[in-house]
Design a protein around this ligand. Structure first.
Ligand code: UD1
Length: 371
């Protein structure tokens, strides 16, 4: 038997998750891996630079969907992805993470196979079961619905398994395999040392903090963002804050006329430059999901600027503290870190660089048993 496996990417956090899976797929002679990029992210800094850094091949199909409201974007991805399904009739579709492209492609696949004589393509969701229990986050909607549709659910941490079982998903579909994002981190850490980003930004190890913020609930409301900026301005009197700014956040700063001159604002960085920046940082302030995991592995203190996390293992075992949105609490927690009160982490189970290997082995065995 020969199998066609589609791996979907769409937005920045997908690339470092899909890259190790795509590389592993290529090692199976009986599999033709096909890379589909929805075009949800299209700027060079949010997309192409990651293909170069992570040695991802040019996508076999680029859907060119671009920005829009959530429904416009998701709907457009479904329309375009359905055409690829019709053309290739793949055996398996692998979606990663929780962005709009993840759910849209999973849903298009579930619709495509309706009424077919066999239950194909198989839907595999990598990074299944994470839950913030906050339905106002678009990512929570995406992950919950993708998990309902998936046949193979690959979890990064044990909370994922527990959540899925609680929601009635049967244990035979769930595989605890570890974290593909950490596969990429471990395989590129050495190469990232060569990045010249610290010299370019005139920074020295430990003498700066890294800030990232892009979540709509944080950056879209002027008053919320102003509160954060007040906290960052106080912190910047003790340590430099480097802020690679997401286009969405930049747009909001410009629109609201918010002052950021106490931050070292840079354009979005590529994978290797950002990794180098993280590795050498004193601590990190972020509302990203993936960075909570990366800082745990790198043993760098992470203050998460949200009220919850879907990645509790980074708090229970790792270096993450959920600090919320209150400016005084943020300043207080930073004070503790700067005075030496630093959380040290342990490595969660299977965050060992081999998650993609496990995923491919399980997925292709599953296909063989089915056929
Ligand atoms: C998306 C993901 C989020 C992820 C984030 C990482 C969803 C619902 N959200 O959020 O989970 O953490 O990516 O970056 O899928 N834009 C550009 N250039 C681009 C892409 C977007 O300027 O290449 C701007 C556009 O103004 C666009 C806005 O960013 O409207 C938002 O882009 P979108 O893809 O809708 O969501 P993100 O905020 O990037």
């Amino acid at each position: 038997m020969h199998y066609t496996a589609i791996v979907v990417v769409g937005a920045r956090p997908n690339f470092m998750k899909a890259a190790p899976i795509f590389t592993q797929c290529k090692k199976f002679h009986e599999v033709t891996p096909i890379l589909v990029h929805t075009g949800q992210h299209y700027d060079k800094e949010l997309s192409r630079v990651f293909f170069d850094d992570l040695k991802l091949p040019k996508p076999n199909f680029y859907l060119g969907v671009g920005s829009g409201t959530h429904s416009e974007q998701s709907g457009q991805i479904m329309i375009e992805f359905e055409k690829i399904l019709g053309k290739l009739d793949p055996d398996i579709v692998v979606v990663v993470g929780d962005v709009n492209s993840t759910l849209a492609c999973a849903l298009a696949t579930a619709k495509y196979r309706c009424g077919k004589h066999k239950y194909s393509p198989v839907i595999a969701h990598v990074e299944a079961g994470l839950r913030s229990n906050d339905w106002h986050m678009p990512e929570e909607v995406n992950r919950r619905l993708t998990d309902v549709l998936a046949d193979l659910l690959f979890t990064t941490e044990l909370s994922g398994q527990e959540n899925l079982i609680k929601e009635g998903i049967t244990s035979d579909k769930i595989y605890h395999v570890g974290n593909v994002m950490i596969d990429s981190l471990l395989s590129y850490k050495k190469q990232a040392e060569k990045s010249r980003i610290l010299e370019q930004l005139k920074l020295k190890k430990i003498e700066y903090a890294v800030l990232t913020m892009h979540r709509p609930e944080n950056v879209d409301v002027k008053e919320t963002m102003a509160g954060f900026l007040a906290a960052f301005e106080k912190i910047s009197k003790s340590i430099k804050i480097v802020f690679p700014v997401h286009p969405r956040t930049k747009k909001m700063f410009d629109q609201h006329g918010l002052k950021t001159d106490f931050l070292r604002v840079t354009p979005p960085l590529g994978y290797l430059d950002f990794l180098k920046l993280l590795v050498n940082a004193n601590f990190v302030l972020t509302d990203s999901g993936g960075i909570q995991e990366e800082t745990t592995v790198l043993n760098i203190p992470c203050l998460t600027l949200r009220e919850n996390t879907e990645r509790p293992v980074t708090v229970d075992k790792g270096t993450n503290i959920i600090v919320g949105k209150d400016p005084d609490s943020i300043v207080e927690q930073v004070g503790k870190i700067l005075s030496g009160e630093r959380k040290h982490g342990q490595m969660p189970e299977f965050w060992d660089g081999k998650a993609a290997q496990r995923i491919c082995k399980i997925a292709f065995n599953y296909l063989k048993v089915q056929n």
